[in-house]
Design a protein around this ligand. Structure first.
Ligand code: FES
Length: 152
């Protein structure tokens, strides 16, 4: 397996990387960049704990190969706030006291931001249907409330 050079932006900063182009983006984020807010849950694209944005759209980084982000802009939970302030969706999560164990919540927030970008004024049914990331603590009702709050 020959190493392939890849360039991308990570939370706005240019990054150069070289390695197996099939390596999951998740491990670049956690191990190379040291950004551990993006979580490993299932590793097979099912749970959503590893959700980040690639060119602004939510993607599950455990099943996104490095080759797929060459030339792209990757944003993690650490990169969504501006000027030291929380992102409005993060603030809504705090206001609704969503987290229990918290493990899945960075991925939940990244998925919610993408959903709200596409659906700025969603109704309750649309919000419920949008929640596709797993939460073993069962915080779904509070996740839905936080999305509703952020949409206001
Ligand atoms: Fe990526 Fe579960 S760890 S979807």
């Amino acid at each position: 397996e020959s190493a392939v050079p890849i360039t991308l932006k990570l939370n706005g900063q240019p990054r150069a990387w070289s390695g197996d182009p099939d390596q999951p983006l998740l491990w670049f984020i956690r191990d190379d960049a040291g950004l551990v807010g993006t979580k490993f849950g299932c590793g097979i694209g099912s749970c959503g704990a590893c959700t980040v944005h690639v060119d602004g759209a939510a993607q599950r980084s455990c099943v996104t190969p490095m080759a797929a982000v060459d030339g792209k802009s990757v944003t993690t939970i650490e990169g969504i706030g501006k000027d030291g302030a929380l992102h409005p969706v993060q603030q809504a999560w705090l206001d609704e006291d969503v987290a229990q164990c918290g493990y899945c919540q960075p991925g939940q927030i990244m998925a919610a931001i993408d959903f709200l970008q596409q659906n700025p004024s969603p109704d309750e049914a649309a919000i419920r249907a949008s929640i596709n990331n797993l939460c073993r603590c069962g915080t779904y009702v509070r996740i839905a409330r936080a999305i509703q709050r952020a949409a206001r």
